[in-house]
Design a protein around this ligand. Structure first.
Ligand code: CMC
Length: 421
């Protein structure tokens, strides 16, 4: 390749599937140029064996297994094991893993006191960022990132404690007492009980809701190098401890273009209210002078139907039937999807419903307030974050992340004292 008057050759590297990459690590040394790729639309930042996405074909694989099959036939614990260890667990391995996770569900009692420092109306994501970041002040015995055993324990702690942290954030906001974990329940059943149970009454886990929520957790478990995962990797590349890295991931996930989209999508569907208003909103989404976007539509990678949205749409029906919910928001969602999919603007730009289009509808039917939606996304994505973080630390070629820039500011000029300006 010739750049300016400099000739340079770059190796092409192939993965097991997916596009090849041009290895440009020596580009600057050989040509004096950087590449320019805001948003990293053409840039691979790492090797990874965890998750594969073919956005044009609507394919999502975890360690080679299609997401549809995992969502249909496995459990969140099984998928967590798969992401962390590379292979599906045997029956014994699954039992032992689930047992280990259940033994880490409690929070240090002093950490529970943190909640009382927040305002009752604080967004639970704000609480989550703070409490997860604070874990590093409590679990010093698992923060040596060079030690694989420390990494394993801190990964298990994060996966196990996230439901307790999330449920406590909810309980605090509604003024109810915290419900401590019950390790005889499944990972997801335990979370439902800690969220919706009260000490005054026994709580019975509804198996349809438990299955639906477990499936939502599976669908959100990992999604290769998205913004929050890249944030976790970037934070971790400096050697920061895992609790701090996951807190950084949570902060990034909060944004409405990322994990906040499920909250935004449901708010939008409620605002639309009735099917007759849909054309008005579609027109706004198409209007270049209006910043409004159809939330839950479009994806950086999927330019075909998001395979997670297919599973979600089916799950909405199951939950609505089981809970006998009759919420007009589902009808609005179905009709909005149909109208948008037949509209030339959305066809041309390859905009399809993403995972968040239906997840909010399900979570709301289960009883979660919209502010908890992104919290649930963070809870489920924690396993993906820790698996990616572990993969990065174990990679001998790992370096601190440090992008370059195209400088457009003033060139050097002399300082002018304030009385001369
Ligand atoms: N409604 C209307 N127009 C849209 C939408 C939308 N939801 N999404 C993209 N477009 C248009 C956009 O205006 C642009 O048009 P033009 O080329 O004329 O300027 C074109 O499509 C390409 O958009 P982009 O912003 O360059 O695409 P991107 O890949 O950078 O953005 C996205 C991807 C997800 C941020 C964006 O589609 C979006 O904002 N969607 C709504 C928010 C949402 O649902 N996010 C959840 C993502 S899935 C969960 C997760 O992984 O976090």
């Amino acid at each position: 390749m010739k750049i300016g008057d400099k000739e340079s050759n770059y190796a092409i590297r192939s993965g097991t599937i997916g596009p090849d990459v041009i290895d440009i690590r020596k580009l600057y040394a050989e040509t004096g140029c950087f590449t320019y790729d805001p948003g990293f639309t053409s840039t691979a930042s790492c090797d990874s064996a965890l998750t594969y996405i073919d956005g044009d074909e609507g394919v999502l694989l975890h360690r080679g297994y299609p997401i549809g099959e995992l969502a249909e036939d496995s459990s969140f614990m099984e998928v967590s094991y798969l992401l962390l260890n590379g292979e599906l667990p045997s029956k014994d391995e699954l039992e032992s893993f689930s047992y280990t996770i259940s033994r880490h569900t409690m929070l240090h009692e002093q950490l529970m006191q943190f909640y009382r420092g927040f305002r009752r109306d604080a967004h639970p994501m704000a609480i989550m960022c703070g409490v997860v970041g604070a874990l590093s002040a409590f679990y010093h015995d698992s923060t040596d990132i060079a030690d694989p055993e420390h990494r394993r324990i801190s990964s298990h702690r994060l996966i196990a404690k996230m439901p307790t942290i999330a449920a406590a954030a909810y309980k605090y906001s509604v003024g109810q007492p915290f419900v401590y974990p019950d390790n005889s329940l499944s990972y997801t059943g335990n979370f439902l009980r800690m969220t919706f149970g009260v000490p005054a009454e026994p709580y019975e886990v509804n198996p349809v809701v438990e299955r639906a929520l477990d499936r939502i957790f599976i669908l959100h478990a990992d999604h290769e190098q998205n913004a929050s995962t890249s944030t976790v990797r970037l934070a971790g590349s400096s050697g920061a401890n895992p609790f701090a890295c996951i807190a950084a991931g949570i902060a990034c996930l909060w944004g409405p273009a990322h994990g906040g989209a499920n909250e935004a999508a449901l708010n939008m569907l409620r605002e639309i209210g009735t099917p007759d208003k849909i054309p008005e909103y579609i027109a706004r989404a198409k209007d270049k002078n209006d910043p409004f976007r159809l939330m839950g539509f479009g994806h950086r990678v999927y330019k075909n139907y998001d395979p997670r949205a297919t599973v979600m749409q089916k799950t909405v029906r199951e939950v609505f039937d089981a809970l006998k919910v009759n919420d007009p928001v589902f009808e609005v969602a179905l009709q909005l999807e149909e109208m948008a999919l037949n509209d030339p603007y959305f066809i041309e730009k390859k905009l399809f419903p993403n995972v968040d289009f239906y997840s909010g509808v399900i979570l709301s039917a289960i009883g979660f307030p919209t502010t908890m939606f992104t919290v649930l996304f963070a809870l489920a994505r924690t396993v993906g974050w820790v698996a990616q973080w572990n993969e990065m630390i174990s990679d001998p070629g790992q370096k601190i992340g440090r992008p370059r820039q195209l400088y457009t500011g003033p060139t050097q000029r002399p300082y002018v004292p304030v009385d001369k300006r």
